[in-house]
Design a protein around this ligand. Structure first.
Ligand code: CTP
Length: 408
């Protein structure tokens, strides 16, 4: 369940071209169970109508501090008090400057001063405006006072320029709010996640790989960050966007993934190995591109040593979670890997079932722990599976800490 469920989010929309995206922001937050109350500046209403946002949020939109009707329906102080979190998106350079200076000359800026809820700003503006020293200074002032600044994304801007200044994607914005409102049960953890496939070179232009999309591992990385953890994601070749807040390290082959994992192992308190690492690689990759011929091509494949059990020997206080993607004998294979790889938990899925495994957005898994508990989960989204795995991690952590205290 999203940390936004049952929460009231005040969405402040200011007057930049990205204001048209406010409609999608309202929908995204509402889909995650939040009650959204919108307030708009006068200029924002030039880009999108209050009626659109009122219809989507199913709540009245506040536009005017001095309106008799609005004040009688819900006064600006009550509006400020009702918020669990405030999101200003898009935040223009003008609204950022006003907030930094404490100016309260409209409903949005007045509520910013009156609220006790955490505030996140999602700046969106022209690249040169965003780089202007005044804007940088104002954002720093807001940050020092505890506001969260959601870094804009890079790309093509509505003004015709390319660069930093786009409103980040909706999942990132929602993720920041979820982190803000979550209980941070994983705040003490540094979680290293591997995800995606590996590619083993045949020659400089061809490779052997598998169907893994990386979706499950990316979902775990994002969910762990939202629950307060620090997260590093070692990603095999994948087109997926890096989850907001997560530090990404790219790897291509099994060897490069292993070396990145070993390098970051000391840093981590938890290792989640969701990558589909190759078990074989072409024994003699060609230095030059292989030419077509009528005899075909015979590839000799060499085994890739699985270093995971050896790494696990060094784990002490660390927890290690592995995956088993199987097409037969799910339980027996998963339990065998749990033991052989010295894992604390294994997430097993039968990839031959529809709605489970590679490429799709859902998964059907069973979690087997060293605590003997087997938990079969119904088909659910990979985001939901990620949270279930992390719930189990929190339980395993509590048990491990208790055991370690008893030994000392
Ligand atoms: N794994 C890994 N490095 C490898 C091989 C596997 O980190 N070189 C991890 C995977 O990320 C996964 C777990 O080990 O979490 C199980 O992977 P899997 O390929 O199912 O296990 P194998 O030992 O290769 O078993 P098999 O090929 O016999 O199914």
């Amino acid at each position: 369940m999203s940390a936004l469920s049952g929460k009231t989010i005040l969405l402040g929309v200011s007057g930049g071209i990205a204001a048209y995206k406010a409609a999608e922001i309202v929908r995204t937050l509402a889909q995650r169970g939040a009650s959204v109350r919108v307030m708009m500046t006068r200029n924002a209403r030039e880009f999108i109508t209050p009626l659109t946002l009122q219809t989507l949020s199913q709540n009245p939109v506040a536009t005017d501090t001095f309106s008799l009707t609005e004040e009688s329906q819900i006064g600006h102080i009550r509006l400020a008090d009702s918020a669990d979190a405030v999101l200003i998106a898009p935040a223009t350079a003008n609204v950022i400057a006003k907030a930094a200076a404490g100016i309260a000359d409209d409903i949005l800026t007045t509520v910013l001063l009156a609220t006790r809820a955490p505030i996140a700003f999602a700046p969106a503006m022209n690249v040169h405006m965003y780089a202007h020293p005044t804007v940088i200074e104002n954002l720093t002032r807001l940050r020092t006072r505890g506001a969260i600044i959601i870094d804009p994304a890079e790309g093509e801007l509505a003004c015709g320029y390319e660069g930093k200044g786009r409103l980040p994607d909706l999942a990132a914005i929602a993720g920041v709010l979820e982190r803000l409102l979550s209980t941070h049960d994983l705040a003490a953890e540094r979680i290293l996640v591997t995800a995606g496939p590996t590619q083993e070179a045949i020659d400089p232009v061809r490779f052997v790989s598998n169907h893994s999309s990386g979706k499950m591992g990316f979902a775990i990385a994002g969910a762990a960050w939202r629950r307060g953890a620090q997260v590093r994601l070692i990603a095999g070749p994948s087109a997926l966007a890096t989850p907001f807040g997560v530090e990404r390290i790219d790897a291509t082959s099994a060897a490069s993934m292993l070396s990145a994992t070993a390098q970051n192992f000391q840093w981590a308190t938890v290792l989640v190995m969701a990558a589909a690492v190759a078990d074989f690689r072409p024994a003699h990759p060609a230095a030059e591109k292989l030419k077509k011929n009528s005899r075909g091509l015979e590839l000799k494949m060499a085994p890739i040593a699985d270093e995971l059990p050896r790494l696990a020997l060094k784990k002490v206080t660390r927890l290690i979670i592995g995956f088993a993607a199987e097409t037969e004998n799910l339980e027996a294979n998963a339990r065998d890997k749990l033991k052989r790889k010295r894992l604390d938990l294994i997430v097993a899925n039968d990839v031959s079932q529809p709605g489970a495994g590679f490429g799709v957005d859902t998964n059907i898994v069973t979690l087997y722990g060293t605590d003997g508990i087997a938990e079969s989960l119904p088909k659910m989204s990979k985001d939901e599976v990620a949270d279930k795995i992390l719930d189990r991690l929190a339980v395993l952590r509590a048990a491990k800490s208790k055991r370690l205290r008893a030994v000392r």
